[in-house]
Write a protein that binds this ligand. Sequence first.
Ligand SMILES: Nc1ncnc2c1ncn2[C@@H]1O[C@H](COP(=O)(O)OP(=O)(O)OP(=O)(O)O)[C@@H](O)[C@H]1O
Ligand SMILES: [Mg+2]
Length: 256
Amino acid sequence: MKIYSVYNIKGGVGKTTTAVNLAYMSAASGARTMIWDLDPQGGTSYYLCVKPKVKGGAKGLIQQKSQFENLLKMTGYPNLDLLPADISYRNMDHYLEKESRPTNGLHRILQPLKNSYDNVFLDCPPGLTTITENVFKISDVLLVPLIPTPLSLRAYNRLVQFLVKRRTKKLQVVPFFNMVNINKPIHRIVTKNVHQKHPIFLRSSIPESTIIEAMGIKRSPIFTYARESAEATAFQDLWKEVSQREKGHKRKKKAL
Ligand SMILES: Nc1ncnc2c1ncn2[C@@H]1O[C@H](COP(=O)(O)OP(=O)(O)OP(=O)(O)O)[C@@H](O)[C@H]1O
Ligand SMILES: [Mg+2]
């Protein structure tokens, strides 16, 4: 089971949009895929038309009084299951902190599922809290969408410094740009220069587009209503590059 988390300390940068589209592509390729909406806003649950209701709430989940498997919902898309979020998730940090090992809670919950799914996507809330510390510990890949501005890069640098201190060795950090508008000089400058200083950034990026924004009205992944669009291709290219980078990462690890 591979865990991909979509995270940024900042809000409104496209975490949910990315998580939903990548999870859809993973499932469509035949991989057994689960997406866990970790955000009390419930954006993923909304996009996938699943009721934001979790029996027993965050407390039941963290204290493992509720069986994770029983809370999973089918999305209607083959191979794609969802664990929705409801408003009780606002207290998830509180319940994690009550545990004897607060940063191990998500690991404990997901461990029994390790043979049930090939790919798990975590749609993370913004901020840097106990949930996110859990996410850093259990993820294989941390996808970080950023809007191309100097302030976003500054926040990204802070995140990297934090992760270096935490020595999250296993974690592969994969930043990329979302909502790119080449008509904005600042976007052009930042996207053009980023690879000199940060070669780790993906070459693929996602444009700012009303077709992508329309997910909020269609309540479905972009591939269901604009399969042939340049925007759908952008997500496909992004997913391809993430997969290629992982293969490279595996080869490097083997060679060590
Ligand atoms: N490439 C894009 N082009 C246009 N609009 C986009 C794009 N990506 C995301 N959006 C829009 O921006 C808004 C925020 O996106 P999204 O909910 O994915 O961000 P988020 O990082 O998950 O936000 P939050 O931190 O609140 O969870 C949504 O209205 C979404 O439709
Ligand atoms: Mg979100």
